[in-house]
Design a protein around this ligand. Sequence first.
Ligand SMILES: Nc1ncnc2c1ncn2[C@@H]1O[C@H](COP(=O)(O)OP(=O)(O)OP(=O)(O)O)[C@@H](O)[C@H]1O
Length: 658
Amino acid sequence: MQTRGTVLLEETFYIFNKKKTVYRVKLTEKGLSLQKESNGNSKSETIQLDDIVGCRCMRRKRRKSESCVCRPMTPGRKSGLSVVEENSTEQDENDSSVYLYIYSYLLKKGRGVKSSTLKRDKMTITLRFRSFDHLEDNMREAQRWRVAIKYLVRNKPVPPAVLMPRDHLDQDYMAEIPNSGEDRRLLVFVNPKSGSGKAKEMFERRVVPLLIDAELPYDLHLTSGPNDARRFVRQRHDLTSTYSDIVIVSGDGLMFEVINGLLERPDWGEACQLGLGIIPGGSGNGLAKSVSFAQGEPYSQNPVLVSALNVVKGHKAPMDLIRVETKSLILYSFLSIGWGLISDIDIESERLRSIGGQRFTIWSLARLVGLRTYRGRLSYSIAPGYRSAGNGPLLRRSTSETEAINNLSNGQNNGFNGNLRSQSCHEDLSAPLSLPSDRSPAPRMRLNSTASSISEEFSVLEYEIDGEVLGETAGPENINPNGSRLRLDSFYSAKSRSSAFYSVAASSYHSLTLPDDDQSPDAICMYGPASRLPALTQPVPSSWTVIDGDFVMVHANYQSHIGSDCYIAPDARPDDGVIWLAVIRAGATRSQLLQFLLGVSSGSHIHMPIVQMIPVTAFRLEPESVKSTGHITVDGELVDYGPIQAEVMPGMARVLTR
Ligand SMILES: Nc1ncnc2c1ncn2[C@@H]1O[C@H](COP(=O)(O)OP(=O)(O)OP(=O)(O)O)[C@@H](O)[C@H]1O
């Protein structure tokens, strides 16, 4: 049986100019352990599996004018270590080595003034397999490592055939290595108009290289306009059999469309099992921030990378959806429902969209000057386990209840434990390590470095192989394994192995035609679990709390953030089964409201006396007047101004996390 500490594969690598230094590399179920032994000293560290996204076998690329790798070194000369895919026609036939590239993203401390912050950095570990004279044998060894790593990264046991030691040539060996289980395929929606209009370029430059590293196949759909993604998801008959996950490269608006499209399918139960990934490309990126925040990932340093890693790692964590009912609609919401101040700012500032995020600040000031209050009724059902703290309106779970709930949800493998994972890796590990030819202890590869510490040694991007100085080229996210920059003028150059590109009319990409929408909008049906609430026209249950009065706002939140800088419900987690009502009653002064709007970015607003944070499982809002200048929004989308009620459907969707 394989356990966390069991060594599955082990090799010793050497570096040419360090005759007394050996590098023992072990693959365990915990990760890749690298141990340096030099002059009786030993240093080791482990690259955790959680931080590895994939690995590939490469061959050295043939040089145009030079065929001999044994030529004398030209001092100071630098050239790229160019590698090509194992099946490329450009391989250097004189080099029978196989280079195993292992791609990882390590959590590191920032430098200088940012030393207290953490961020993820790419680290490519290169192992050169060259023990045998024949390419096939070196390839067999490298493939063994590649397949084993891919199984482990997918959290699957490595088949024994992959781990069997083979010291002699066995032509059938490769046939014994099963496919490493490519059981995922992504449907990616990119809204080319979201945010500042750069989502498509951002996807090509920063996300596609990661998908390539992880060998994740995907199909891309550029949305043509409002409701395109919703219609696509609703109509695509083979959606659940073709795709494992749906990825949105946009803001929260497109996620809202996709979720509601899924719930418009008769097979909604199965459709809700698809993983939902979000990569922030819009102006409202509340879900992307909340998902990373719940895991303790350093989102702010690199939101796109952190979110793309969630997609690549592909753990499906439960996420609550909220069933929403208005007089004319049933909707599903994942972020928030708003009435009053915040919704007014969000909707009315649309007219300033061209100035970017500043629009919220400017319109906040405008709304404070022309402050509005709304008369109506708020009714709610308190979430189980919460009780009133003294006479105050703030409700808190008792400590033991909170612990019990946290333990329960952690035990359910929800992926949202709120802790930064401990990270033992603190050194750069970008040097290719080489297996000796014929396993002789004589090292043939050297690291061109005079650095003394292992950390510095590994971070030097320059190597000498057989007297030739090579410069490491794999590194930045948008560099191909062969060292060239990804061409960004075509999706095809991005090399997704099996991607088809659906697109819209007049696009230059391949287009997949969907059947005509034979359903009129009236015939579109919203499915989903049955409601437990009385109809909107019926009174609320007698156990509910009812407040009549004037409100500045009622904002219902189920994620911690409703925008990257809007930390509105600090206690909310994606799967806690709770809706947090943030309520401000009329009577709050403009200066208090300004403090509130300023405090929302840090979460300090919850300590203000004017703010009530009420954990509920269901609520109803009934504005007194149906004619109002105010707005009601669901996930930032405007809905009819009038009565609305909502209830939590715990863990109904699946969101992609690390
Ligand atoms: N090609 C397109 N052109 C115009 N609108 C589109 C297109 N594709 C999708 N949309 C619409 O754009 C809306 C806003 O997108 P999204 O929320 O993802 O980005 P955003 O920039 O954050 O927008 P917002 O600030 O409104 O949240 C979506 O609701 C969707 O209906």
